[in-house]
Design a protein around this ligand. Structure first.
Ligand code: F6P
Length: 462
């Protein structure tokens, strides 16, 4: 597997020259000269369509990017990921989140844990001994389950989330609740995260008695006094863990059947990712379009614009997934990279975003490649989404430069299966970009210094 800097790849050098040929080329001319473009630069995966025709790329660009993927050894890396090989080399671990949604092919401990989750989830949703479930966790132990519950909760159970150590956050989660009928799910892979442990202690001080834990640190959870401990494993990264028991509170909010559909949707994308050639492989195409924009067209940020209130938490989820994975300046060999890596990922739900920062997208000095996500829920939403993508691409003589790239992801509808598909897409996109940039996408060394310094300050040190 290729561990050399991507800049040493022949395809990289050719892409640099090729990018020169794109200077002064405008998308509106591209479209008027190629009537088939909007049907050619499209790829399909189960339940969705990826339209990248408004990306500033042509057939030659795609070919060179596919060559780069080949030179980087993408197929071997992909097989290693899906095969549970220890590709998280700095931590000597696999990154085997796909095993969590492998159905009957999943490891026994995964199937046992899912069966236990199903049983507990069913009891909690039917027996009603708990009127409130509160998920205590942060980062990957919060963003994924919070997104899933926020998008698909059916109202059968009041499930809330508290991540911030600011007591205001736990206060919101406990509004109107009483200790006797509130279940806390303390979610922490390490069971050492300061904020989560502080909130768990605050819950105890509030009089709470019922605690479940989700962790790979079972001994610590036992010491804490959790009545039920659902395991997770060191071969699952926090930001890739919503498919595990980390998703327990969300499963309580949406029902276990939907949680099963969520896993099944992601599995379909794993199969698509494993089998489709690069030119037809949606996660790979999303990744390569991102590399083209960041490394060859010089775009430093990337916007995610879901035209869906139910997906309002998606940008925050993707910020961790993308930026904690590939926000790195040292490659797999420990060498400082000489090229751009992960762009700053940001975004918000449409059309609210139109009345906020789209001014900059259309007329600012920064060119911001964007992902629009259409869940076909409403004609006004879809019309505005399409209008924004076209205006960014084609501009107009009265002050809209246009030539601003975007892609549109069309989902047939938003349900658990499609949400699973969508998140798995982005996971594999992130993985492919890590391979293109020669990064280990599965560790996060950069988060440690601040934690150590905060502890020192708290203990009275400087
Ligand atoms: O500090 C970053 C991080 O380690 C994330 O990678 C992780 O998702 C989050 O903190 C929470 O960690 P844990 O689940 O161990 O509490």
């Amino acid at each position: 597997m290729n561990l050399t800097p991507p800049t040493e790849c022949a395809a990289w050098t050719r892409l640099l020259h090729h990018a020169e040929s794109w200077r002064g080329v405008h998308l509106k001319d591209i479209f008027s000269n190629d009537v088939a473009r909007s049907t050619q630069f499209v790829a399909e995966a189960p339940g969705l369509r990826y339209d990248y025709s408004r990306q500033r790329m042509g057939a030659m660009t795609l070919r060179l990017l596919a060559n780069l993927a080949a030179e980087r050894g993408l197929p071997e890396w992909r097989d290693a990921l899906l095969g549970g090989k220890p590709i998280n080399t700095s931590e000597s671990r696999a990154a085997w989140h796909t095993a969590l949604r492998a159905g009957d092919g999943a490891p026994a401990e995964v199937r046992e844990t899912l069966a236990r989750m199903q049983q507990l989830c069913g009891e909690i949703r039917t027996k009603k001994q708990f009127r409130r479930v509160v998920n205590l966790g942060t980062g990957g132990s919060d963003l994924g389950p919070r997104l899933l519950a926020d998008a698909l909760a059916d109202g059968a159970l009041d499930v809330r989330f508290a991540a911030n150590v600011d007591p205001h956050d736990l206060g919101r989660a406990l509004e109107g609740a009483d200790p006797a009928s509130t279940l806390f799910v303390v979610v922490s892979k390490t069971f050492t995260t300061q904020e989560t442990m502080a909130n768990a202690a605050a819950a105890k001080a509030w009089g709470a008695k019922a605690f479940y834990a989700v962790t790979s640190n079972v001994e610590e959870a036992k010491r804490f006094g959790a009545a039920e401990i659902l395991p997770m494993w060191d071969w699952v990264g926090g930001r890739f863990s919503v498919w595990s028991a980390v998703g327990f509170a969300a499963a309580c909010a949406i029902g276990f059947e939907k949680f099963g559909a969520f896993l099944a949707g992601a599995r379909e994308i794993d199969l698509h990712f494993a089998q489709a050639t690069v030119e037809k492989n949606v996660p790979a195409l999303m990744a390569l379009a991102g590399v083209w924009n960041a490394n060859f067209l010089g775009c430093a940020t990337h916007a995610v614009l879901p035209y869906s209130n139910a997906l309002r938490l998606l940008p925050a989820y993707l910020q961790q997934l993308e930026m904690e994975s590939n926000g790195k300046r040292v490659d797999r060999n420990g060498r400082e990279v000489g090229y751009a890596t992960c762009p700053v990922v940001w975004g918000a739900e449409g059309t609210n975003s139109q009345h906020s920062f789209h001014q900059l997208l259309h007329q600012g000095t920064q060119v911001v490649p964007s992902d629009f996500i259409d869940i076909a829920s409403n004609a006004i939403l879809s019309a505005n989404l399409r209008a924004q993508a076209d205006a960014l691409a084609f501009g107009s003589p009265d002050g809209y430069p246009g030539n601003r790239p975007s892609s549109i992801l069309y989902l047939e509808k938003l349900d658990a299966r499609n949400l699973g598909r969508l998140l798995a897409l982005y996971e594999h996109k992130v993985f492919v970009q890590g391979i293109m940039w020669n990064l280990n996408s599965f560790d996060q060394p950069g988060v440690e210094l601040g934690k150590v310094m905060a502890k020192k300050i708290l203990s009275g040190g400087k």
